[in-house]
Design a protein around this ligand. Structure first.
Ligand SMILES: *[C@@H]1O[C@H](CO)[C@@H](O)[C@H](O)[C@H]1NC(C)=O
Ligand SMILES: *[C@@H]1O[C@H](CO)[C@@H](O)[C@H](O)[C@H]1NC(C)=O
Ligand SMILES: *[C@@H]1O[C@H](CO)[C@@H](O)[C@H](O)[C@H]1NC(C)=O
Ligand SMILES: *[C@@H]1O[C@H](CO)[C@@H](O)[C@H](O)[C@H]1NC(C)=O
Length: 844
């Protein structure tokens, strides 16, 4: 664009005459690119060049301005340069027509529109340039050791990117995986974003150590960025916590054991009443079994509460936490509180298949504590299959104590196992083909010797059922011995079965076998009608504190199979504690089947009205599968027989809608709509009958004997000579009362018309309802002389009328009028009804 001299320039004439003579039609041209991008943290140049027609540029007429949005960020003119530290311009190049702006260390907030304005008097031109800031995402897959044959999830964190839009894809050995979701988007303080993607993996997805890649596409990247993880398998630890008292001392030893895990590193933390109990020594990472001791001192006031052992391992998404509740016991054994330490920690690391241990012990300087003590023998659970480990701790021995373990069979056979006998791995001492191995760990602090010793063996139930184990420590001639009795008897599992429903309509059957010993057990599931087919199932074994085992075995069955009451599920188990197989069976027809329908009482309409529809409803719920059979039956008044109700003009049976409830069961409301008639429904009864595969007998609910009402309707009111004849129809039951009153001259002071002047006749209609004609002698002989108006009222009372029906009439010059709503309508003349065979049923 060119700017030529215009009138507004004339003001400058006196100053710039010379110049203007030289530059008759000076022009200025500013050039910028439309946009510029930069990565966060980089230095960026926003180019802006300008050209004048007659160089060189005279600095006297030049001014430069840079704006960011509406804010001026840099100014350069004859008075000098104004700018901020991160924003600069190379002054030396300005006169060459280079007004480019340098921004150093750009941030997200530097992104936006910049304006380069050049004033070269009298011309001025400005151009805009957009600056886009990008931040390149960092991609990291959280690498975890996975458990073989187990579904899991992996996380990929994408951090520090801008702008916010990213695409995350997952690949397994180069093939796209579909099961991932993006987590919520978070913004960092510097304006960049972070977001996680979670990939769900099925057991088969992780088979054969595939390489899993998390790939991220972002506009700052020409090619996607990725992080990969080659699947590694491990074994999660099993964790147990138990406690034992130390002889003669108030302390309690708590033992937390993690076992069977792989790979090696594992962290064990103690948490006392929600706070991490500090471990005074750093524990060394041991092998595949690690234990931690925590010595609780009742003097410290913290002996009541909950203590948890928290175990972290790379196969675990969340740490395993086992909690013990501590209770105060035996307050007389309290020792005086002095500068007692809160707790002592003993951490024992047990490595490998054999047991190695290292003990750290915290010494107490208190006098009474400076004596030799031995703990009870603690028994660990059978973590390695069925291996038992017994521990015993001795402390505060002035000399290094000697440890002797003795095993005594119940037939009196004894064997001594002294510590640290040379033992090849897995080749300990044998008694009755049992292998025993001892491991002792010693530490010494300030001349006090502390020892933790363990004896491990795998009991063979068939060979010996009971034995006693003694642990003797000899300290400087003084011996202390502890004893424990171990019994290894066959324990027969106690079985229980639980059924539940899955979201997708499957029946999950779970068999729990409890407190059996030894661990080995086989469980098989099968199902069918008559002929059984093997089913897949999965089981999980846990260990009880009493050294027995529990197993939970679960099997999934499609729910629709239970529609056949003959369909049976059988689970059998085989354990050494019984000679043959044991089994359990169930079907929908079993009394224990949990989803039999429940039926509520029938909801009857408040009143059944003659000639109207009446609706009966009944709710049925809690059943599974959705195989409900509903039938409505009818019993006549006084009858015994039941008749099936079929949809017809008289009966409507709306289709039932079965609804799935949150707990997986079904519910529905069934209804029957009846066109009511007094003669047919009075005293009759409807019965709703429900059948289901889970029911041995049909469920029934009855409406009870029905009562029908008919509301009286005034069908006619006529005049016959001196009489008023009123006809009331369709009422039921027949009890009705009609009373007539009259008043002279004015509509007040009504007097009852004597019964002698009233004549009522009641008829029964063919539909069972009643009709009544009430004739009122409205004018006797005396009245004929009476020229005045006479008012009448008639009141009809019936149990269905509240308030009663009331009509008002006027006799004026021998003619009767009906008064209603301020109107006066003459009654029509009475005509005799066509003769019919209706006979009044009763005279009132
Ligand atoms: C303008 O100056 C900058 C340095 O401030 C330089 O990098 C750029 O190349 C120059 N532009 C031109 C067109 O000379
Ligand atoms: C760049 O800016 C960031 C954030 O404003 C700051 O933390 C960093 O120290 C800066 N770097 C340099 C080299 O000035
Ligand atoms: C992503 O996952 C990690 C680890 O689970 C978590 O620490 C982080 O807060 C998550 N970040 C976002 C943005 O959700
Ligand atoms: C210990 O745990 C139990 C059960 O979880 C809880 O009722 C009790 O309040 C806890 N005690 C303390 C001191 O936290």
């Amino acid at each position: 664009m060119e700017y030529c001299v215009t009138g507004k320039v004339l003001g400058f004439l006196s100053f710039f005459l010379l110049l203007l003579l030289l530059q008759q039609c000076s022009s200025l041209e500013v050039t910028v690119p439309s946009s510029q991008s930069s990565l966060i943290g980089r230095d960026v140049l926003l180019p802006c060049t300008f050209r004048v027609d007659n160089p060189p540029v005279n600095p006297k007429f030049l001014a430069l301005l840079w704006h960011f949005g509406d804010k001026e960020v840099l100014r350069y003119d004859t008075k000098g340069k104004v700018s901020s530290p991160r924003i600069s311009i190379d002054e030396k190049l300005i006169l060459e027509g280079n007004a480019s702006l340098s921004l150093s260390n750009v941030t997200i907030s530097d992104g936006g529109t910049y304006r380069c304005s050049v004033i070269y008097s009298p011309d001025t031109q400005q151009k805009e340039i957009r600056l886009h800031i990008h931040a390149v995402p960092e991609v990291a897959v959280a690498k975890r050791t996975l458990i073989k044959n187990q579904g899991t999830s992996l996380h990929c964190s994408v951090t520090h990117f801008y702008p916010q839009s990213i695409t995350v894809t997952w690949l397994r050995n180069g093939k796209l995986l579909a099961n991932s979701v993006l987590g919520p988007l978070h913004q960092n303080a510097d304006g960049t974003f972070r977001q996680n993607s979670t990939l769900t993996l099925t057991p088969s997805d992780t088979l054969n150590n595939p390489e899993i890649v998390c790939q991220v596409q972002h506009e700052s990247l020409a090619t996607p960025r990725q992080d990969s993880y080659k699947v590694q398998y491990g074994v999660p630890p099993s964790v147990q916590v138990y406690s034992a008292k130390i002889n003669g001392l108030p302390e309690q030893v708590l033992v937390c054991e993690a076992a069977q895990f792989q790979p090696e590193p594992v962290q064990i933390k103690w948490i006392l009443n929600g706070k991490i109990a500090e471990d005074p020594r750093k524990s060394k990472d041991g092998g595949f079994k690690k234990g931690s001791y925590y010595l609780m001192n009742p003097m410290t006031g913290s002996q009541e509460g909950n203590i948890s052992c928290e175990v972290e391992h790379e196969t675990l998404l969340h740490p395993i936490t086992e909690t013990l509740q501590l209770r105060q016991e035996d307050p007389e054994r309290k020792y005086p509180v002095r500068n007692m330490l809160a707790a002592i920690f003993l951490t024992v690391l047990l490595t490998g298949a054999g047991i190695t241990a290292a003990l750290w012990y915290f010494i107490f300087k208190l006098k009474y504590f400076q004596r030799f003590w031995v703990s009870h023998i603690h028994r660990s659970q059978m973590l390695d299959g069925e291996k038992v480990t017994l521990y015993c701790v001795a402390s505060d021995c002035p000399k290094d104590p000697q440890v002797i373990w003795t095993v005594e069979e119940n037939d009196g056979k004894k064997m001594e196992i002294t510590e640290d006998e040379p033992q090849a791995e897995g080749e300990g001492k044998k008694l009755l083909d049992q292998e025993f191995s001892v491991r002792t760990d010693r530490t010494e602090t300030d001349g006090r010797h502390n020892v933790t010793s363990s004896l491990s063996f795998t009991p063979d139930v068939s060979k010996h059922k009971e034995m006693s184990v003694f642990c003797k420590f000899v300290c400087d001639g003084k011996a202390k011995e502890e004893q424990i009795h171990c019994s290894f008897i066959l324990l027969k599992p106690k079985d229980s079965m639980k059924l539940s429903l899955s979201e997708s309509g499957e029946v999950l059957s779970c068999l729990t076998l409890r407190e059996f010993y030894p661990r080995e057990i086989q469980i098989r599931w099968s199902c069918g009608v008559g002929h059984y087919q093997q089913l897949e199932s999965n089981g999980k074994t846990t260990t009880n504190s009493g050294s027995s085992f529990n197993i939970e075995s679960e099997c999934k069955l499609p729910g629709h199979l239970f529609k056949d009451p003959g369909f049976k599920v059988r689970v059998t188990w085989n354990h050494r504690s019984s000679d043959g197989e044991e089994s359990r069976e169930f079907s929908a027809w079993d009394p224990e089947f949990p989803w039999c329908p429940w039926m509520e009482e029938i909801i009857n309409p408040d009143t059944l009205i003659h000639r109207k529809e009446g609706k009966f409803q009944c709710k049925i719920w809690g059943y599974f599968p959705d195989a409900l059979e509903v039938e409505w039956l009818r019993r006549e008044a006084g009858g015994k027989e039941l008749f099936s109700v079929c949809p017809s003009e008289k009966y409507k049976i709306p289709e039932m809608e079965q609804k799935r409830e949150a707990d997986g069961t079904f519910s529905c409301t069934v209804s029957l709509i009846v066109s009511v008639s007094a003669i047919t429904e009075q005293g009759a009864e409807f019965i709703c009958q429900v059948g289901h595969p889970s029911l041995r007998e049909l469920l029934k609910r009855s409406t009870g004997a029905l009562r029908v009402r008919g509301v009286p309707v005034m069908t006619n009111i006529t005049q016959k000579d001196r009489h008023i004849i009123m006809e009331i129809d369709q009422f039921y039951p027949q009890n009705i009362e009609v009373t007539w009153h009259r008043a002279g001259k004015e509509r007040k002071d009504y007097k009852k018309i004597p019964d002698a002047d009233i004549h009522n006749e009641l008829y029964e209609n063919s539909d069972g309802s009643y009709r009544l004609t009430s004739t009122c002698e409205g004018m006797n002989l005396v009245d004929k002389m009476n020229p005045f108006d006479v008012y009448f009222t008639v009141k009809v009372q019936h149990e269905t009328l509240n308030p009663p029906m009331r009509k008002e009439l006027l006799r004026d010059k021998g003619v009767y009028y009906l008064l209603s709503e301020g109107q006066k309508r003459p009654l029509s003349k009475y005509t005799d009804p066509a003769p019919n065979n209706e006979e009044p049923v009763e005279r009132n």
